[in-house]
Design a protein around this ligand. Structure first.
Ligand code: PLP
Length: 458
């Protein structure tokens, strides 16, 4: 066997096995890391085995062990081993997943995976799809289809005419992730077109306020953007009602379900996404809650014609094959990695029940952690988890709760026992608990809670 491939596999396995014993993060020291990694670019190169050994050693202190079970920052999943193994094969096969002719296997695998996903996530089987880098580009892809359709409805061909002089689009948003706004910018719609709609106390879009907004300018080409699981509370907009209302006004409904859409895989949690199938487009990630390696977002569009018109490009050198799908006609890229392959392996390994169990386990463990944190002195629980997100803060005897919260988070993270991120919520500094890693166990929760307790006592 090629020695550098063999050694890389050994090093990767050893890394994964180290999560229980290693710190979640080292105190980051950019200068030390630079000193290790900045090497002279040699004239004649180096032996590959040496390069792999040194890479693993030099990068180690700069690796955040977010793939381990005691990492609760941002929304970051791990990778189930079979998906890593399939990702290695994907690299070794080195297929260009641009078109069927470049890799028939990659094209068919993605088609199979898309069908499974639509089934698991409760989306219409006729919806078209694109495998993209992440939810950010899934937004871009889905909203390009939306832009096409709502302008075409008004006789404007945006792909040819551009946006200058077009009927002005408006984007009505409730709780939303910043990547949605960047998609709006990428598409030339511009953030001035974004109209925030009032929310109810539970963090979901206020349907009455949305109705008022829709009626204000009934003829404006409109996108309504909803959240399936927002970052802070994991709240779900009322899709059923909003889709009906928006469609009465010919608006396009887009759902950001970066992680929250996955609750549809669980019978117990599926009620949270009631009506999700009525939307016009959906954006999600597999690298979050399905626990596959990065580079794994997916866009789904209910209207395949709008989707394809927005994304396709003519290619004189296209190889025509009957009855197959060329991926470049549906996504924003040309050459790209065959990123559906790790999902294929993950879904075959987990099956429906495996996915459901993984999602439910994350939710149960998040509730467990928030309850246990709530029992500690001076911990204020701000939100009871709906799914896998929770918010707490740390109270200061002198009333400076923001500074105390920042300080406690720093201490926990410095301990290396667990990692949490800070954020602002309702004008308060808070600690967010976000759990989407299949590796997390009750023991990890108890270790993390003990780390919080120790940080509070110091
Ligand atoms: C709700 C939501 N939407 C979109 C994104 C962006 O996803 P990605 O980083 O895969 O582009 C995130 C990332 O955390 C998210 O939580």
């Amino acid at each position: 066997m090629n020695p550098e491939l063999k050694r890389a596999a050994e090093l990767a396995a050893a890394y994964i096995e180290s999560f229980d014993t290693e710190k979640v993060s080292e105190e980051p020291n950019p200068d030390a890391l630079r000193a290790r990694l900045y090497k002279e670019l040699t004239t004649d190169g180096l032996p590959p085995l040496q390069v792999i050994e040194e890479l693993a050693e030099d990068a180690r202190a700069g690796l955040l062990n977010s793939a381990g079970g005691r990492f609760f920052g941002w929304v970051i999943g791990g990778s189930i081993p079979v998906s890593i193994a399939a990702d290695w094969l994907t690299s070794a096969w080195d297929q260009n997943a641009a078109a069927y002719a470049c890799s028939p296997a990659a094209a068919i695998i993605e088609d199979v995976v898309a069908g499974w996903l639509k089934d698991l996530l409760g989306l219409p089987q006729q919806a078209s799809y694109a495998f993209v880098t992440g939810c950010q580009m899934a937004h871009v892809t889905a909203l390009a289809a939306a832009r096409h359709k709502i302008l075409a409805d008004q006789g404007w061909a945006v792909e040819e005419q551009g946006l200058a002089g077009s009927p002005p689009i408006r984007v009505l948003v409730g709780e939303h992730h910043e990547t949605l706004l960047r998609a709006v910018r990428h598409l030339g719609i511009g953030t001035d077109a974004v109209v925030p709609v009032a929310q109810t106390d539970d963090g979901t879009i206020d349907v009455a306020a949305l109705r008022t907004e829709l009626e204000k300018t009934p003829d404006a080409p409109t996108i309504v953007s909803l959240a399936a699981g927002d970052l802070n509370r994991g709240a779900f907009d009322p899709f059923d009602e909003v889709c009906d209302l928006a469609h009465e006004h010919n608006a396009w409904v887009h759902i950001d379900g970066a992680f929250g859409l996955w609750v549809a895989a669980s019978e117990r949690l599926r009620h949270l996404v009631k009506g999700v199938e009525k939307a016009d487009s959906w954006a999600t990630d597999a690298h979050k809650w399905l626990n596959v390696p990065y580079d794994s977002g997916i866009a789904f569009v209910a209207d395949p014609e709008a989707h394809k018109t927005a994304m396709t490009i003519p290619a004189a050198y296209k190889v025509e094959v009957e009855n197959v799908r060329d991926q470049f006609e549906w996504g924003p890229e040309w050459s790209r990695r065959a990123r559906g392959i790790p999902l294929y392996a993950a879904l075959r390994t987990l099956g429906r029940n495996g996915v459901a169990k993984m999602i439910e386990s994350s939710c149960d463990l998040t509730t467990d952690m928030v309850n246990k944190l709530g029992e500690l002195p001076d911990v204020e629980v701000l939100t009871i988890p709906i799914i896998n997100q929770g918010l707490v803060r740390f109270l200061d005897p002198d009333g400076d709760h923001d500074a105390r919260t920042d300080d406690v988070i720093k201490r926990i993270n410095a301990s290396g026992e667990a990692w949490f991120g800070p954020t602002m919520w309702n004008g308060m500094r808070v600690m967010r608990i976000s759990l989407s890693n299949f590796r997390t166990t009750v023991d990890d929760i108890d270790r993390a809670v003990a780390a919080v307790k120790a940080a509070l006592e110091n």
